[in-house]
Design a protein around this ligand. Sequence first.
Ligand SMILES: NC(=O)c1ccc[n+]([C@@H]2O[C@H](COP(=O)([O-])OP(=O)(O)OC[C@H]3O[C@@H](n4cnc5c(N)ncnc54)[C@H](OP(=O)(O)O)[C@@H]3O)[C@@H](O)[C@H]2O)c1
Length: 298
Amino acid sequence: MTITATEVLAGLDLTGRRMIVTGGTSGIGLATARALAGAGAEVTVTARRPLEIPGLRVATVDLTDLASVRAFTDRWDGPLHALVANAGVMAVPDRRLSPAGWELQLATNFLGHFALATGLHPSLREAGDARIAVVSSGAQLRAGVDFEDLHFERRPYDPWTAYAQSKSADVLLAVEIAKRWAPDGVVANASDPGRIHTNLQRHVDDATMRAMGAMDEAGNLLHPDGYKTPEQGAAPATMLAAAPIPGGVTGRYFEEDRTEAAVVPGGPRAESGVAGWSMDPEAAARLWELAGRALRTA
Ligand SMILES: NC(=O)c1ccc[n+]([C@@H]2O[C@H](COP(=O)([O-])OP(=O)(O)OC[C@H]3O[C@@H](n4cnc5c(N)ncnc54)[C@H](OP(=O)(O)O)[C@@H]3O)[C@@H](O)[C@H]2O)c1
């Protein structure tokens, strides 16, 4: 039986710990936020539209809009003990750009979280022992960050390559934060939640869902071996945000079973592990510089 986020936190009292979960309106983010709040943490979830969720604080933030992220981080006051960078979009069918001119999946999944983390850095520092848990994906094995053509200006746009690039960028975000903010006591890691039916598949057509074994001919969702509930998919990020982890474990990537991944060559046939391109410290530093420039010029 696969462990749930609530089970990961069994016996822990998070009272007094202040946490943010992005994309906490549905799927893995909502399950993560509920588990953290259930263990006593004060949890703020970000949502694109104003809404109420019992037991959680809700802030309106659109990660593709850097001004919206900035307005939120400017309002945040006091320490922040954990940031779960979970919000995401997958396989957006057409090439779209954010207001800052970034390809939409990279803008949402990576750049918005970069802006959020850097805007909240003083609060993370104030906590003294803050955690950042970045929700990446096994898709990071399929493609790294293409620094020659980040926004698909010269290569044909491919929805899945753009998703893979954004999920590699997510791991690189954890790698670079781990290095830069270690003196502030900030620990940052990334993880794969596994496969879960959520709103994330909204752009995936029925033929692809069937080819994945996740839908029958009548359009009913199937749960092939290895599919999880959102509560189970939330377990790795919840562990990285709030459960005890060994000292010095930072800048790493964890598999869906919460074990640390081996570094492997990425590619179409890679099945597990973390791609070398997702852990590359030079790529992490280069992406950080590009993101910082985007923030300064937005
Ligand atoms: N489900 C899987 O099988 C799977 C596998 C590997 C990795 N993941 C990763 O897990 C994370 C959570 O996905 P999920 O499966 O739980 O999907 P989900 O149910 O669609 O949740 C995604 C969340 O992100 C939010 N979001 C999307 N665009 C946003 C934006 N521009 N600004 C702010 N928030 C935005 C969504 O808000 P709205 O409600 O407003 O759309 C929603 O709350 C993602 O990072 C995804 O890449 C999922």
